[in-house]
Design a protein around this ligand. Sequence first.
Ligand SMILES: [Zn+2]
Length: 345
Amino acid sequence: MKHLILSRLFNQNKSVMQLNNPQLNAIKKFKQKIKNGDYLFEKVPCLCGEKEGVIIATRDRYGLSVPTHLCNRCGIMWTSPRLNESSLKKFYENDYRPIYVGSPQAPDSFFREQTKHGEKIYNFICKHIESESHSQLKVFDIGCGAGGTLLPFKNNGWLTFGCDLGSDYLKRGREEGLILENGDATSLSRYGPANLVILSHVLEHFPHPLESINQISELLNEDGYLYIEVPGIFNIHRTYGDILLFLQNAHLYHFTLFTLSSLMSRAGFKIIMGDQIICALFQKTKENIENENQKNEYYRILFYLYFIEIFRRMNILKYTSIFNKALIPVKRTRNMLRKLINMIW
Ligand SMILES: [Zn+2]
């Protein structure tokens, strides 16, 4: 079934992205490094221990070889084989930004976008966290890029600290007086404990998400908050419109709100608020959190992927005008399918 409906995700073709020349060159360089053996890969199981799951794709949006598995036990999607830990570090230092953004240094527009996004996060946080006063609260942004997300917090009296593995982008934030470290979460431990940690589009990049969350938990005070954004599987049809655009070699794990909440509960966090986009706020707790049946999530994801791929294929019909009349029933089916997808997911 998957090879019939999802066959497009198994073709090692060229990129489905519109790329500029620096990006094309960066991909070429990266592929050459893999060929030369500068980068090494490792096979990994799902976060629940399941070894194989169901393979749903072997490529990503850039046409890179990225085997993606869907776990038939817990519903998490993961990449295997993937770059091993030392290769991942090299990838983030040298290839990630040139491939994904097309520029090794943070352009001003990137910093401004981060700041704008930071304002949204700030407003969301103020609505949902319990605190007498927001002054002198402490926030860490892990995987902060240029650090722009922290600026609205700083301007509202928070103590702000950030870290990132890529050093070039940090310069831009430091110019704004932000304290930004070159490293992972542990590089911020001397500034802790924090009231809030932000992981904006970062968790999906972590090779060991559960260990990383446990590590981050140590940076938080007892009832601290963790704000997480990851690209939600059930939001693919709204944000990307195409599963292939969603799949990218830097993303090692993919979640729904349910699978993310289940993972967070394993690290001692309860959900305060969240959606399928995914933007979600968690709080450290000592309570025991019950997990529902995870098997259902596997089926929900599998059928969702089938549905949106069939829907995308039917989308091509809008470009054919010759058989307009004959296509009316197909178009009606497509509209029904769209309603169904929006209703269920
Ligand atoms: Zn699993």
